[in-house]
Design a protein around this ligand. Structure first.
Ligand SMILES: Cc1cc2nc3c(=O)[nH]c(=O)nc-3n(C[C@H](O)[C@H](O)[C@H](O)COP(=O)(O)O)c2cc1C
Length: 120
């Protein structure tokens, strides 16, 4: 997969797109998309999480695989992590998503029944 080229100067808090070189937590995925929000703000994390889910569903519709890499999250919120991705310090990294071509499409896993409490 060819990684989209990232802009040379990243505007504040737009998704950061990078080729992943690290082998560690990124599973050799060709692309890492980091969804970040302008912080502080009342709904930064919630908005980023919604954007992440939309991105994951859109990727799946194109037969691409994604995984939220929470393992990288803590480092990416440090000044060193932000520098690595060229993020302004006012950006809060929320959702590091790797994107790539899955080798398999496993069937959905079994889910417990949701516990629903009707109120009123
Ligand atoms: C906030 C968050 C962080 C995650 N971090 C990682 C991670 O660091 N490494 C990893 O392999 N998967 C990570 N995952 C993916 C989960 O391990 C799991 O595969 C995913 O939530 C799908 O769940 P399912 O297997 O029950 O369908 C993360 C998921 C979420 C929601």
């Amino acid at each position: 997969m060819r990684a989209p080229s990232a802009p040379s100067s990243t505007p504040p808090c737009t998704p950061s797109v990078r080729r992943t070189r690290s082998r560690g937590p990124f599973y050799h995925a060709p692309v890492l998309i980091l969804i970040s929000g302008a912080a502080p703000g009342p709904w930064v994390v919630e908005n980023c999480a919604l954007a992440a889910e939309n991105l994951m569903l859109a990727a799946y519709a194109r037969r691409l695989g994604t995984c939220w890499i929470g393992y990288a999250q803590q480092y990416l919120t440090t000044e060193a992590g932000k520098r690595l991705l060229g993020l302004p310090s006012g950006c809060l990294p929320v959702a590091p998503l790797i994107v790539g071509h899955p080798t398999t499409f496993p069937p959905p896993t079994q889910r417990r029944e949701p516990e629903i409490r009707w109120v009123g």
